[in-house]
Design a protein around this ligand. Structure first.
Ligand code: RP5
Length: 165
């Protein structure tokens, strides 16, 4: 496999059910990527090493998903200039509002592009990564246009039941 252009990281194995939606989009668009668990508070040294080596390893962006007090995307962004796309993972007690606010409310100076809570956000982060890379990759840009065309056709083919209210 070609060297990864997109890193997909998450704070726990338990985030995978959400974050697999990002990986699915990258796979569908044939974008070289890697995936791994990196925890801001359980493996802080790994987080630093992952972020610090991102440029030299050729990563073009990092999709980071975390739940609860979700430091992972912000801390990664603090240690690299590679763009970080943050995905709030739904949490047990606050349904991901805590994750969303933790990720989106970055103080000025260190941005994290924040997506919707859950699988829609994860999938969109994958598509956004594709759009970032497509600027320099015409083949990928065409794949992305084809995806949009299929999506449009699917919506245009939708029908609604005739049953009265
Ligand atoms: C965060 O804590 C992870 O991103 C995960 O969403 C949450 C719960 O992790 P586990 O207790 O399921 O490992 O760090």
């Amino acid at each position: 496999m070609k060297h990864p252009l997109v890193g997909v990281v998450m704070g726990s194995e338990s985030d995978w059910e959400v974050m697999r939606a990002a990986v699915g989009q990258l796979q569908a668009l044939a974008i070289p990527h890697e995936r791994r668990v990196v925890s801001a508070h359980r493996t802080p040294d790994l987080l630093f090493e992952y972020a610090a080596s991102a440029v030299t390893r050729g990563l073009r962006c990092i999709i980071a998903g975390a739940g609860g007090a979700a430091h992972l995307p912000g801390m990664l962004a603090a240690k690299t200039v590679v763009p970080v796309l943050g995905v709030p993972v739904p949490s047990k007690h606050l349904q991901g509002m805590d994750s969303l606010l933790s990720i989106v409310q970055m103080p000025k100076g260190v941005p994290v592009a924040t997506f919707a809570i859950g699988t829609a956000g994860a999938a969109n982060a994958g598509l956004f990564a594709a759009a970032m890379l497509a600027g320099e990759d015409p083949v990928l840009a065409q794949r992305l246009r084809d995806f949009r065309a299929r999506q449009e056709a699917a919506v245009l083919a939708m029908t609604l039941p005739e049953t009265p209210l």
